[in-house]
Design a protein around this ligand. Structure first.
Ligand code: MG
Length: 446
């Protein structure tokens, strides 16, 4: 290139720049102010503090993470609830994530997630994943507040007007279950999960021999899978005969029976057209899904105990399940959940995120924002927000006609009243589950 050509090129670029600047300056009298506001909105924000807040308005040990920034009044909330080990999560947040995150950018969510995830070197356990989820969701909440948008807008906007829910009906026999189903159908629910007694129907079992023998402690629980396995097909037959095709029925095996018994039960329930059967196997037994798929076309939902991408990747890419139902805080928050949802979409696997009482309202709101934005949404396990929960967490999503509606407030649209939260401290019991035993006292593994 000659010097003449170089000069001409510089002159042309300079002239273009001047012209653009001139037209911008003349575009409107308010342009300067707009640019200033825009520059303010995008100015960097740093994390000032990360801390865990515990509360138990309904007796369930909720852990919520609050991330404060160096911009006055700007903070985010995330769910880190692990009802069975809450204090371990609090320690992971306050003693490890807080010093790691302080002074770092609140904007760079991906960068934070990757580096916080590997900052412990050992990873993918439920305690550290829940702590990380608290930080991750809080950063998405902050991002939404800075963008002045609900989080679902940041995820691409709505794929549906609201989130279709399933709710839980139960009873000690088929008639009680029928009455409970009717109650929810009248409230507008289109999907109802039916359970006979508690998981595994322990009320059908007699006094176990291990108690008479003085084995274990009096608090230890008992389950005999035989009466449960015999009863569930009869329950489905009864409920289907009463309600016909007017309701979708679901059931949770809850991983408590032998894998081959679970396959037999799924086959027996298939003729009653369940919407899905949930958690047929414990997380260590993924190898049984292929055997189940070869024998039944019943839709299968799995994943609430999963922590690690290795647990779900083969099930999804092998088309061995129909619904992925991980617990979002258990896998590390919204950032990994978005990627999981996209992976599942490619294989026509739908979502059914875990949504029990031991998810905080912040976590339920996060579930709902993701549900609204992903094309492969399947169904959402429905939350129940008591008056106490709504007092502690202003802005809870609303349930109407079996749908969940988030509010349009920027971020997740949910807050925490810390004074109200402090009025409901964690229960004295630390939260572990008592042993569940068979007749002879041997342990049942969920
Ligand atoms: Mg389950």
């Amino acid at each position: 290139m000659s010097s003449q050509q170089g000069w001409s090129r510089r002159q042309v670029l300079s002239g273009l720049g001047a012209g653009i600047a001139g037209s911008l300056a003349g575009a409107s009298a308010g342009a300067g102010q707009d640019q200033k506001e825009s520059a303010h909105a995008m100015s960097p924000v740093k994390i000032r503090k990360v801390r865990a807040i515990t509360t138990a308005p309904d007796g369930i040990r909720l852990v919520v993470v609050k991330v404060e920034t160096d911009e006055p009044g700007l903070y985010g909330l995330g769910c880190a609830t692990f009802n069975q080990r809450p204090l371990a999560v609090v320690e992971a947040v306050d003693k490890y994530l807080d010093p790691f995150a302080r002074g770092r950018s609140a904007d760079d969510i991906q960068d934070m997630w990757q580096n916080a995830y590997t900052s412990s070197y050992w990873r993918n356990g439920p305690v550290l994943n829940n702590a990380l989820s608290g930080l991750d969701m809080a950063l998405w909440d902050i991002k939404g507040k800075r963008a002045n948008m609900p989080v679902y807008q940041l995820l691409g906007g709505k794929c549906r007007f609201a989130v279709d829910l399933y709710t839980h009906a139960g009873g000690r026999d088929a008639k009680e279950i029928e009455d409970d189903v009717r109650k929810y159908v009248e409230q507008g629910f289109r999907h109802v999960r039916i359970q006979l007694g508690g998981y595994g129907s322990s009320h059908l079992s007699n006094n176990p021999d291990f108690r008479d023998a003085g084995f274990g402690l009096p608090e230890d629980q008992y389950m005999d899978s035989v009466p449960y396995l015999r009863s569930m097909p009869k329950v489905f037959e009864h409920v289907r005969s009463v309600f016909g095709d007017n309701v979708e029925l679901l059931h949770d095996i809850h991983e408590r029976i032998a894998p081959i018994d679970a396959i037999r039960l799924v086959k027996a329930l298939e003729e009653y057209r369940p919407f899905f059967i949930e958690d047929p196997f414990p997380p260590e037994q993924n190898g049984y899904f292929k055997m189940l798929r070869e024998q039944s076309a019943c839709p299968i939902a799995m994943g609430e105990l999963f922590n690690n991408p290795h647990e779900w990747t083969d099930l999804i890419t092998g088309r061995l399940i129909d619904f992925i139902r991980v617990h979002l805080s258990q896998i590390g928050g919204l950032t990994p959940a978005r990627k999981l949802a996209a992976l599942a979409e490619h294989f026509a696997v739908r979502s059914a995120w875990h949504g029990p009482g031991d998810v905080s309202p912040v976590g339920h709101a996060c579930n709902a924002h993701l549900d609204l934005a992903i094309p492969n949404f399947g169904i959402q396990e429905g939350p129940r927000f008591s008056e106490r929960l709504q007092e502690v967490f202003p802005g809870c999503p609303e349930i109407r006609d079996g749908y969940l509606f988030v509010n349009e407030t920027p971020g997740f649209g949910i807050d925490i009243d810390e004074q109200a939260a402090a009025r409901f401290p964690l229960p004295d019991h630390p939260g572990y589950w008592p042993p569940l035993r068979r007749h002879d006292g041997s342990a049942v593994r969920p």
